[in-house]
Design a protein around this ligand. Structure first.
Ligand SMILES: [Zn+2]
Length: 126
């Protein structure tokens, strides 16, 4: 399997910081990841919300706006670890955001092939 090694290069080229996706653990440009933070607590637990402007204070976690990465992160409880919160998390807001992003970037594709359009998108966006 060929890995696309872009982080070091990409950082040199664009000056954009690189973060690690809490789902697939791949390093990625921060601009291509969704930042999430804990925004408070709700009835379901700590409220994890997307930080679209990447400006909210506090610890953030970074994830690809990809349903697969989201479910990976959920399964491994990576959000709790990255955000330093224990107990239940309500990530429904993040789920909605990821679903919206996925629909926008890959309208008529299977979830399985969702990494490919993201690779392409990265080049056209930078
Ligand atoms: Zn990922």
């Amino acid at each position: 399997m060929v890995q696309h090694e872009l982080p070091a290069d990409a950082r040199a080229r664009t000056g954009v910081p690189v973060r690690t996706c809490v789902g697939c653990r791949k390093r990625e440009l921060a601009t291509d990841l969704l930042r999430v933070v804990v925004a408070g607590s709700g009835p379901e637990g700590s409220l994890v919300t997307p930080d679209l402007r990447r400006r909210l204070p506090g610890r953030g976690a970074w994830i690809h706006p990809d349903p697969e990465c989201l479910s990976l992160a959920e399964r491994r409880r990576a959000f709790g670890r990255a955000l330093r919160v224990s107990g239940p998390l309500d990530i429904s807001a993040v789920g909605l955001r990821v679903a919206a992003e996925a629909e926008r970037s890959a309208p008529a594709r299977d979830v399985e092939s969702s990494t490919e359009p993201l690779e392409e998108k990265r080049h056209t966006q930078s």
